[in-house]
Design a binder for this molecule. Structure first.
Ligand code: SF4
Length: 217
């Protein structure tokens, strides 16, 4: 699919949005070519009205197979980090900027993750807009560089911005922007790090800032 043939997801987003209508409609999306090699689309999950949205990159191998976000190894790290930061998992909506798994090649039975391009992120944007409008979180935590660039543009660097509350930029489409945004590392970085303990501690420290913002302190 060439860029000209990548129409974006807008035509597939239903007029009347609910978690169920989004979940059903996204399975038909042909906004870019990533649907071709994926098992299924993976929409965000959580309670409507959750105070916090966690925004990652894309489903991974396990998420693609199971149809739920953050159920693979990185999801395990994220759930531990949320608990250590004192964030109630029942008050969190978890999603990704891209809804289909992009991969290239295999290692054993596991398919190798390939980051989505900026064009894929842009094509998939209408699903995230709908999720923001539906969930109306008070805060959004950006997990990693792809999520950060999706919201703030190509020059965004997590390392320079992490752990500091920011505002949702006027340049990013959202009819219901959150009150604040916080960037941190993607939990998969913990699994790849030479010093896993330090990388994990950094993730928890950033999430504690989010917990304090949610508590209004
Ligand atoms: S990645 Fe997003 S835009 Fe592309 S087909 Fe999947 S849901 Fe549609």
């Amino acid at each position: 699919m060439t860029e000209e043939e990548r129409p974006g997801a807008g035509a597939w987003v239903p007029d009347r949005i609910s978690l169920r209508s989004l979940e059903e409609a996204v399975q038909s999306c042909r906004g870019c070519e990533l649907y071709r090699d994926a098992t299924q689309a993976v929409m965000g999950e959580g309670r409507l009205g959750s105070a916090l949205m966690l925004l990652g990159e894309q489903p991974g191998d396990q998420e693609d197979r199971q149809g739920h976000p953050f159920v693979g190894p990185a999801g395990g790290v994220l759930h531990d980090a949320l608990a250590d930061a004192g964030i109630d998992p029942d008050d969190v909506f978890t999603t990704n900027v891209v809804k289909h798994f992009r991969w290239s090649g295999t290692r054993g039975r596991r398919r190798i993750h390939q980051s989505p391009s900026r064009a894929h992120v842009a094509a998939c944007g209408p699903w995230l807009e709908a999720e923001l409008e539906l969930v109306r979180p008070r805060g959004v935590v950006l997990l990693g560089g792809t999520a950060g660039k999706a919201v703030y543009g190509a020059s965004f660097r997590v390392g320079a911005a992490r752990g500091e509350p920011m505002t949702w930029p006027a340049t990013s489409a959202a009819r219901r922007p959150p009150d604040w945004v916080l960037a941190t590392t993607h939990p998969s970085a913990v699994l790849r790090a030479d010093d896993r303990a330090a990388t994990y501690d950094g993730l928890v420290a950033d999430l504690r800032v989010a917990a304090a913002l949610l508590a209004g302190t």
